[in-house]
Unconditional design. Structure first.
Length: 94
């Protein structure tokens, strides 16, 4: 959903949680298909979503530079890309 310069997922139904992005620039799915990672360039954050068998996403965690509610990250200003290592065990952000 896009509204007022913000992108969001979720927020539908009773008790649903909404995640807002100011500039989502990259979305990758883990090699096992169980997680989705979103790089938010202006938010200096990576949001991690659990992916259900039906494709539904639930935010599991986030890491951000200077953002309350997320794990503390460093050197996350201006994220532009996400990529998994060849074996799929590490996620790299640049």
């Amino acid at each position: 959903m896009h509204s007022g310069g913000k992108f969001s997922v979720g927020g539908f139904g009773c008790g649903a949680q909404e995640t807002r992005f100011s500039a989502p620039v990259e979305i990758v799915v883990s090699p096992d298909g169980e997680n989705v990672y979103v790089a938010d360039q202006n938010g200096d954050a990576i949001h991690v979503f659990d992916r259900a068998a039906d494709g539904a996403l639930t935010e599991a965690s986030c890491i951000a530079q200077g953002s309350a509610g997320c794990a503390a990250g460093v050197a996350m200003d201006g994220l532009a890309d996400l990529a998994f290592s060849p074996g799929g065990s590490h996620l790299y952000a640049i």
